[in-house]
Ligand binder design. Structure first.
Ligand code: PHE
Length: 345
C-alpha cells in the first residue's frame, strides 16, 4: 500500500510545473509541509513491518529528495525568467509602426478647399439628417418637385417601423448648409460647404447611395455671372492644370437663375477626344448659377441689395478625374490595397 502511494506521488512530483514563485510555494505546501502528502507518508511509515523498513525507508527518502530537487529546479527557472525580464533593453528602438494614408476623397476635398480659401472662402458644415425646409423648401423647390420623391430622398422614420409622412430626411445636397448660413449670417458671405450626401440609388460602379459634395456660395453687393465664371476658371486651372479650359452650358436648378453646368477640357486626352470624354473633348464637373432671388428672400436677405452665385460639385467625380478610379465603390470599401496607393500623395 505504502509503496503504491510512493509510486503515485513520485510520478506527480516528477511532473510538477509552476509559472511563478507563488505556484512553487503552493506545491511545496501540498507535498512537503507539515501537513503535506509526503510528510504524511513518513507518519504511515511507522506502521511498516520491520523487514520492509529498510527498503521502503530508502524509497520514501528518494521521493522526498526528488520532490525537493524538482522544486529547487523550478525556483531556478523562475529566477532566470525574472532576470531576463529585468534585463530588457530600454534603449532599444520600438518596432516600426505602419503608417496609414489619407483617404483619396479627403485629399481631393482638402485640395478644393485650399484652392477656394485662397480667394477668401471659408468652410461651413451642417447636419446630415436635415429637415425638408433646409434641403428643399427654402431653396425654391416647388412642393411637388420630383427631387422630394421617395425615389431620390431617404426619409427618416420618426418612430421605428412606422412609415408616417415625415419631413426629416438625409440631405441630398449640401445646399442645406447654405440655407443655414444665409439664415444666420448677413452678406458678405463666402463659404464652402463640404460633406456627405445621400440619394436613393442602386449601388453600381457609377452610382452610390451616398457620395460627397462641396458646394460654394458667394453673396455680396453686385455679384455677377462674370464673377462666377472667373472663380470657376481659376479653380479649374488650379485643380487640373493651367491649360485647362472651361465651358458653361445652360441648365436648370430650382435655386439658381440662370443656371449652368460646367465642363472642363478633358484632362486625359487634352481635349482631342478619348473614351473617357466620349470623344467630345469635354467632361462635366459641376452645377452652378446665380442664387435665385426667391432663395435670398426666404432666407431673410434683401434680394434688391444683394446678389450671389452658388456652385456644387461631387468630390468622387473630381477624384475620378484626378486618379482615374473606375469603380466608385472602391471609395467606400476601405480595402487597404486601394487606400495604400495614395500614401505618397
Ligand atoms: N445642389 C446641386 C446638386 O446637388 C448642385 C448645385 C449647387 C447647382 C449650387 C447649382 C448651384 O446637384
Amino acid at each position: 500500500m505504502l509503496r503504491d502511494k510512493i509510486d503515485e506521488l513520485l510520478e506527480q512530483v516528477q511532473q510538477m510545473s509552476a509559472k511563478n514563485t507563488e505556484e512553487i510555494e503552493a506545491l511545496r505546501i501540498k507535498y512537503l509541509s507539515k501537513k503535506g502528502e509526503i510528510t504524511a507518508l513518513f507518519n504511515d511509515f511507522r506502521n511498516v513491518a520491520p523487514e520492509e523498513k529498510r527498503e521502503l525507508g530508502q524509497y520514501l527518502n528518494k521521493l522526498k529528495t526528488v520532490a525537493q530537487d524538482r522544486l529547487e529546479q523550478l525556483k531556478e527557472q523562475a529566477e532566470a525568467i525574472r532576470e531576463q525580464e529585468d534585463k530588457a533593453d530600454l534603449t532599444r528602438s520600438a518596432d516600426p509602426i505602419v503608417l496609414g494614408s489619407r483617404h483619396p476623397l479627403s485629399l481631393v476635398k482638402e485640395e478644393i478647399i485650399d484652392i477656394f480659401s485662397r480667394i477668401g472662402f471659408t468652410v461651413e458644415e451642417g447636419p446630415e439628417v436635415e429637415d425638408d425646409k433646409h434641403v428643399f423648401g427654402m431653396l425654391n423647390f416647388a412642393p411637388e418637385h420630383p427631387a422630394r420623391d421617395m425615389q431620390d430622398t431617404f426619409f427618416v422614420e420618426k418612430e421605428v417601423g412606422v412609415q408616417k409622412p415625415t419631413d426629416i430626411l438625409l440631405r441630398t445636397h449640401t445646399s442645406s448648409v447654405q440655407t443655414r448660413v444665409m439664415t444666420s449670417q448677413q452678406p458678405p458671405i463666402r463659404v464652402l460647404c463640404p460633406g456627405r450626401v445621400y440619394r436613393n440609388e442602386a449601388i453600381s460602379a457609377r452610382a452610390h447611395c451616398f457620395f460627397h459634395q462641396i458646394e460654394g456660395l458667394y453673396i455680396d453687393k453686385q455679384v455677377s455671372f462674370a464673377d462666377l465664371r472667373q472663380a470657376l476658371l481659376y479653380f479649374a486651372k488650379e485643380m487640373f492644370g493651367a491649360d485647362t479650359k472651361i465651358r458653361l452650358r445652360p441648365s436648370y436648378f430650382p435655386f439658381t437663375e440662370p443656371s449652368a453646368e460646367m465642363d472642363i477640357s478633358c484632362n486625359i486626352c487634352g481635349g482631342t477626344g478619348c473614351g473617357f470624354c466620349k470623344q467630345t473633348g469635354w467632361v462635366e464637373i459641376l452645377g452652378c448659377g446665380m442664387v435665385d432671388p426667391n432663395v435670398l428672400e426666404s432666407c431673410g436677405i434683401d434680394s434688391k441689395e444683394y446678389s450671389g452665385y452658388a456652385f456644387g460639385m461631387g468630390v468622387e467625380r473630381i477624384a475620378n478625374l484626378k486618379y482615374r478610379v473606375k469603380d466608385l465603390r472602391l471609395f467606400s470599401e476601405n480595402d487597404v490595397r486601394f487606400l495604400q496607393q495614395f500614401q505618397a500623395c
